[in-house]
Design a binder for this molecule. Sequence first.
Ligand SMILES: C[S@@+](CC[C@H](N)C(=O)[O-])C[C@H]1O[C@@H](n2cnc3c(N)ncnc32)[C@H](O)[C@@H]1O
Length: 207
Amino acid sequence: MSKLYIVGVGPGSDEYLTFKAQKIADSVEVLVGSKRALQLFPDSKAEKLELDSKNMGNSFKQAIIRVEKGKSVAILSTGDPGFSGILKPVLNLSSSVQVEVIPGISSIQLCASKLQISWDEVNLITLHGKGDSLELLELLDSGKPTMILPDFNVKETAKFLVDKGIDPDKEVAICEKLSYPDEKIVKLTLKDVLNDDFSYMCVMVIF
Ligand SMILES: C[S@@+](CC[C@H](N)C(=O)[O-])C[C@H]1O[C@@H](n2cnc3c(N)ncnc32)[C@H](O)[C@@H]1O
């Protein structure tokens, strides 16, 4: 039956792929995703459409057109589709077709496990696509640890916080490239983050 699946594929390694995600990927006629996400399913016989990162809306529309023509399609989403993911933009375009969402393990969850944090006791915020915001300062005021998906770069977020008067010696953890062979997890201070280089693929925790 034609359906659009929005499938979380975990934060990186196939070890964090769920059995359900694998089952859906094996059954659909079309898989849509980033190059990295598509590589998680090397044995799939489905038609593969690589997401155009400069025009994701167009890729989503191509996926929906295929569902309207009777095909089963899965759009693959890093981590969980519902946390700073593709869920909202795809739902906004897909009112004409039946949709099912398959959760995935978020980078936030993997970061919490690695740091042994209960994530029901933290603030969660994504700055992705929004930039550093005053909302973040309000969360830090609560005294709870704050888990952040930075907009682009943890250094810029650290600079924003120090410029806004947050103590440069505040304790921070950076979880970079979680589940990849070059995963790096470090505990340092805000001012250390200013003097280090990290990739865009980081979860930042401020204690
Ligand atoms: C568009 S958001 C998608 C988040 C995703 N929906 C999730 O649940 O993890 C992309 C951001 O997630 C974070 N991220 C995704 N995968 C990661 C990983 N393996 N290690 C660290 N951070 C990761 C990074 O901050 C990256 O810039």
